[in-house]
Write a protein that binds this ligand. Sequence first.
Ligand SMILES: *[C@@H]1O[C@H](CO)[C@@H](O)[C@H](O)[C@H]1NC(C)=O
Ligand SMILES: *[C@@H]1O[C@H](CO)[C@@H](O)[C@H](O)[C@H]1NC(C)=O
Length: 406
Amino acid sequence: MTLTSLLTSSFALAAGAVAAPARGGGTISATPPSFFNCSLQPAHAFEPVTLRNGKGIEARMIAYGATMTHFLVPDAGGVQRDVLLGWDDATQYCANAQHTYFGATIGRVANRITKCSFELEGQGYNVDCNERDWDTLHGGVVGFDRRVWTAFARSSSSVKWSYFSPDGEMGFPGDLSVNVTHTITEDNEWLIEYSAAVGVKATVVSMTNHAYFNLNANVDNTETVMEHVLHMPSASRVLEVSGAPDYHLIPTGKVLDIAPGSAMDFAQPKVLGQDIAQGTVSEKGGYDNAWIFGPSPMTSKMTAHRVTLTSPLTGIQLEMGTDQPSVQVYTANSLSGMDHLQRKASQSFGSEPQYYHYRGAITLEAQQYPDAVHHENFPSTVLKPGGLYEQRTSYKFSTADRQVWV
Ligand SMILES: *[C@@H]1O[C@H](CO)[C@@H](O)[C@H](O)[C@H]1NC(C)=O
Ligand SMILES: *[C@@H]1O[C@H](CO)[C@@H](O)[C@H](O)[C@H]1NC(C)=O
């Protein structure tokens, strides 16, 4: 959720150098560290791994970032539509100068860690400062989204990816073994199951997937998802973040109740664009906030929290279920159309090249509270030796009657 223009070249810190990052004027560079070179990534990292169920869903992943690149679901008329932003040329996930995180696995810690440092068990740690010198975003400049994962268990509808993140990677303490299993169920769910364990040293973990959904699949060349309908019945609170004039989007520690009828209120189904002008917390305008789920009357952990998103144009409906306490909703405020991120063929109509547009997608990133490592009133993200980090999120697809909304 950021442009590479925001990346700093402070990787030296994570590599063990003692220099502190410059405050208020760090070098802005679009260049990841020198060891990270797309032409040095193995070719197999970009080869498609196809998953299917027997109900017409076809998904494609690549080992690079354990990234979901395509997700085709039948619309209300039975036509298969690709509802995920991405690239046809999979090497672009690495080579493109814009670090969009399209469909990628995010870790070790999703979202922002303020000031790129924290204390854990009495020890201070500096982690890679990749959003100017304000914060560590999505695990640092070479987070899990830029690592090549290993597929070690596969069926036609499922793949289990693993990654080993050594002690000190991006500055984080502790060896961490991670598994992420993606399954397309016969219930038309895209199920993501994460697990992680540390060696002898504690660490912090909060993972997510950064899928950008456009349930219109750009049918009729629609540019935005502003007419999608969003419903978050159990999201009763939202984290306060630093907004104007700096827009660092760092949680202040306050958990705010959502005023009924306000821009943040999606307790009833609401058109995404209806109040977005008042919901602006980011510099570029639009939502980029962590909603907090309230206590749930439901017993099953997995179905504890639900978010529903519907396209009136295709009738495609997505229902997210998660065991996580928070969801970051981001309305692709950094895409501009001018940045020439060309749409996939599956999302292009007509003969002219088409580009991903400002507010042309929405992410639903289920995760722990952002910056939890700095706030004792947030649920802990600490993972200790002998413990197991687990998270389960699913996106279930169905079709609604298009007439309902149009
Ligand atoms: C990346 O690796 C290729 C192949 O070894 C090399 O030619 C190129 O100069 C490297 N690029 C950078 C920026 O280091
Ligand atoms: C990852 O999966 C492998 C194989 O099933 C298992 O041996 C290992 O314990 C798993 N690790 C975690 C952290 O779940």
